[in-house]
Design a protein around this ligand. Sequence first.
Ligand code: AQP
Length: 334
Amino acid sequence: MARPRVLSGIQPTADSFHLGNYLGAVRQWVTLQETHDAFYCVVDLHAITVPTEPAALRRRSRVAAAQLFAAGLDPERSTVFVQSHVREHTELAWVLICLTGMGEAGRMTQFKDKSAKFGESAASVGLFTYPILQAADILLYQANRVPVGADQKQHLELTRDLGQRFNHRFGDTFTLPEPYILKEVEKITDLQDPTAKMSKSSSSPAGILDVLEQPGPLRKKIMRAVTDTGSEVLFDEENKPGISNLLRIQSALTATPIPDLVARYAGQGYGTFKKDVAEAVVDAFAPIRERTEKLLSDEKELDRLLAIGAERASAVAKQTMAEVRDRIGFLPKH
Ligand code: AQP
């Protein structure tokens, strides 16, 4: 039997991924490649929905791809590619835009959050239609599963709605994807504001743990992470969001259930616990940083791997788009 297909993407919007990206997405991508037909893309078309400097975009796209390989994606088993290398993403997005209601698009909360920074009228139309491009990314590959963090649940629902609408109107064409969310790591929060998600664009430098950061600053940030009143290491998201976030991180990185950690640190105060969290983060990130640096030192080889990925992705995307064109009623070119 064919393996189920998995697809996910990550934006090249920073010079490093952060711990939320790693635990909420990338680490699961690596596991899923064992059991799935895996497609993972660096979504540069999404990155330009906010003002982006060309040299930074190019650099960050390579850095993103290098981190994916460094984290354990195997170019033999996973199709890793850059979104803009496969033209069908934008083509399908247009078709889906024409099937989306204004009200429906307007209900996407991420647009509201992200546009708040610029003011809604200054935000680009691209930022508004971002979730529809994301739906195209997923439907194009007939993905069965999409591993994402909690922030993406609403976009997945829109993807299913649009796929279903197309199938209903034009005939069965798209596989409807299921979200794949690991509850324990669906929202890693900011170290300085433990009620907000850790985010490339909105976290302050002190609130974010970058995968490519050196051990010294990583340790310092964790030791200075906002903790809560009291001194007991307890999991209580409401009253102790800071400590609960650190417990979630430590649990995910050391494969230790949270109750075992709570028992281990009973009566020890925050200091010892934070030190151990810092070591777990440093141990997880150091090998990825080293491998990323190595991959980035040979751009030609990195670009070659991405070209192979793009070719494999294009083969699937072209097939889906040919079917879509036919069903929509576009005249074939002879
Ligand atoms: N804090 C988080 N906890 C768990 N998962 C997270 N993800 C992001 N932040 C967390 C997941 O990482 C994947 C890739 O994210 P993205 O690059 O598409 O951007 P995003 O979700 O918008 O994350 P950021 O850091 O906030 O990026 P910017 O600032 O560029 O918008 C997704 O699967 C996401 O769920």
